[in-house]
Design a protein around this ligand. Sequence first.
Ligand SMILES: [Zn+2]
Length: 301
Amino acid sequence: MKHLVLIAALAGATPVVALDVVPVADGVYALVGALSQRSAENLGNNATFGVVVTPEGVVLIDAGAGWKAGIEIDAAIDTITDQPVRFVINSGGQDHRWIGNSYWQAQGATVIASEAAVADHKDRGSMQMTGLNALVGAEGLEGTTLSYADVTFASEYTLSLGGIELEITHAGQAHTPGDAFVWMPSTKVVFAGDIVYIERILGIGEQSHSGTWIEVFEAMVALEPEMVIPGHGNPVPLAGATADTYDYLVNLRTQMGAYIDDGGDIIESVNVEQSAFSYLQNYEGLAKRNAQQVYSEMEWE
Ligand SMILES: [Zn+2]
């Protein structure tokens, strides 16, 4: 069963293109948003969110990119269950992971994030609001205020609700400094957030580190997940995550290492070999930028 949820006009706003509700395991769902850039249509929810339904309420992985973005996610959850959202886990530092916190806290939910993620939120929050204002617009961001997690942890945290256990692990810097993956032992599903991108190319920004990102991915693989709910794209078995994310990072660093050893400079670094990954959406827009960022990382390693 897979169905689109078209959200009715939100308080007079234009109808919003919906999230795809994808069942993954018993009581486990992915809400799959657009693979494209943030926009007034997608309210900044150009990402994938995770939902775990328990007898005592819902755990949501990632808050969405604002107040109205939170309403959109809440409406999608309403098509699955009448249970209230009791906990929200911010799996990292990107806007669509946490800027909807104030909406969920107003609904009575408790927000959990790694200490490193909260530090990142405080560091980049206002810049992210400026970016969202430019891409989503003032109307789409209406009602949004910055609010931080209620509960934080250094590297590991176990959340128990309705007999369900979720093990949250911050294993290091990946796409953002405070990224964490959420493991559900009872279903062998892992919620990876921005640690895993599927169907579209990942982005390596100044807030990322491609080297430790590989190590974080390997720590997630050690769990032997049967299904991976990524931060972008549809849920996949582990092999799919390895192909679109892990192999991409390993290839780029391997190519860049050889290029730097040959005395290459930053100008031509954008041309290192990545064409095996040109099947990924947004490749043309991001591949060269990723290469330049990895050059900057590796020239001093
Ligand atoms: Zn993201």
